[in-house]
Design a protein around this ligand. Structure first.
Ligand code: SF4
Length: 253
């Protein structure tokens, strides 16, 4: 069961990973990781009290999730969804998308913007997937180790750690923590993440801080909190339940 898969990477295993001396391990550069980790339980409890308990459920298969993620780059959810709906309405299957006229595909996905980048990336990803699997299907990721599945996805042009984590977490229930713009901002303000960390390096930090079984729910709760309360320009700290645990709030006069 996907829920069990999320739990499969135990907290103990992650504690072990934290203590591994790895030269290029992004965790090695994170100061005061125990204090950052200690914030998890009270923050998660407060967010769950506000936004409710969430169980993993798959909304899209892996292919739809991957292509939707490519469309989502540098745009909002509404534009992504309009472009994805147009793509699905225009083409009967992924073969048709792969071999579509490039200019036509650019026009079809126009609502998502950056069509000249995204259309070739989609077609290139489809070609790589077909060459690997003999089909337009990435369910083979389920049989890979988590590290291999991440590495395979980020080997696709235009796919970074965030998209890889979204595909693995949302489509397959694997324990990968996506760090989007809301998670990145809220995570830095609360103090889960160092102020100067890159978005890519934030992924392993969030994965070390939260229990794997909670990645899905905590990711979604942080996004909801970023949209509802911890806004980019003016966070509504006066009505936030996280003030006791938030470094940004503690630094206010
Ligand atoms: S206290 Fe303010 S800055 Fe901290 S999480 Fe809440 S809204 Fe964001």
């Amino acid at each position: 069961m996907p829920g069990n898969r999320l739990a499969a990477c135990s907290q103990a295993a992650c504690q072990y990973n934290r203590s591994m001396p790895a030269k290029r391990d992004p965790l090695a550069k994170v100061d005061n990781l125990p204090a950052r980790t200690a914030k998890y339980a009270p923050v998660a409890a407060a967010l769950t009290a506000v936004y409710g308990q969430l169980d993993w459920s798959r909304n899209q298969d892996g292919m739809d999730e991957l292509v939707s993620c490519i469309l989502s780059q540098n745009t909002n959810d509404s534009n992504r969804d309009r472009a994805f709906a147009r793509l699905k309405a225009q083409y009967v299957d992924w073969t048709a998308v792969r071999f579509a006229d490039l200019e036509e595909l650019i026009e079809v996905i126009r609502p998502a913007g950056l069509g000249k980048q995204k259309a070739p990336r989609i077609q290139e990803a489809l070609a790589v997937i077909y060459a690997h699997a003999g089909d337009y299907n990435i369910d083979f990721l389920e049989a890979m180790s988590l590290a291999d599945a991440k590495a395979w996805l980020v080997s696709l042009r235009g796919i970074g750690p965030k998209t890889a984590a979204i595909v693995l977490c949302f489509a397959y229930g694997r324990p990968a923590f996506p760090v989007d713009t809301h998670v990145f901002r809220v995570g830095k303000r609360i103090g889960f993440l160092p102020a100067k960390i890159s978005a890519d390096n934030a992924h392993p930090v969030m994965e070390a801080i939260a229990p794997p079984a909670d990645y899905y729910q905590f990711h979604i709760h942080l996004i909801q909190h970023g949209r509802d309360t911890c806004h980019a320009r003016k966070p509504a700290c006066d009505r936030c339940p996280l003030t006791a645990h938030c470094d940004y709030f503690a630094a206010l006069d």
